[in-house]
Design a protein around this ligand. Structure first.
Ligand code: MN
Length: 129
């Protein structure tokens, strides 16, 4: 059984690319287009990993991270920031804030799914690759 990945992203093109790539490699996905809906979906349970844009309408990625870590459903799973912030300091800032990892935009199709898999227990990784 592969992981269920929640993708929280308000940019439609990025959202489509990430869900397409994840789906093509065998992962199930659910999507949210703003922080509050993402948090609500996370709280309902069943999510194995979250990919979270930082600049989101309403509740932004950092606020969502804080809220997510206060819930039982969000405490023990990998939360990865997905952001175009390119400067080295931003990465450290996001990790210091409590994100488990960081995926930079533009999404690189060749490496994106492998990078996600690194944060999943082997039993939840998509096979072959
Ligand atoms: Mn955004």
């Amino acid at each position: 059984m592969t992981a269920l990945v929640l993708v929280i992203e308000d940019n439609e093109a990025n959202l489509e690319l990430m869900t397409y790539l994840l789906g093509a490699f065998g992962y199930a996905t659910e999507v949210a287009r703003d922080g509050l809906s993402g948090l609500e979906r996370l709280r309902r349970g069943g999510i194995d990993l979250v990919l979270c844009d930082i600049q989101l309408p309403g509740l932004d990625g950092l606020a969502l991270l804080g809220e997510a870590r206060r819930t039982a459903e969000g405490r023990g799973i990998p939360l990865l920031a997905v952001t175009a912030f390119a400067q080295a300091g931003d990465r450290e800032r996001l990790l210091a804030a409590g994100f488990d990892g960081y995926v930079s935009k533009p999404i690189e199709p060749e490496t994106f799914v492998d990078r996600i898999a690194d944060f999943l227990p082997p039993a939840l990784r998509a096979g072959a690759r």
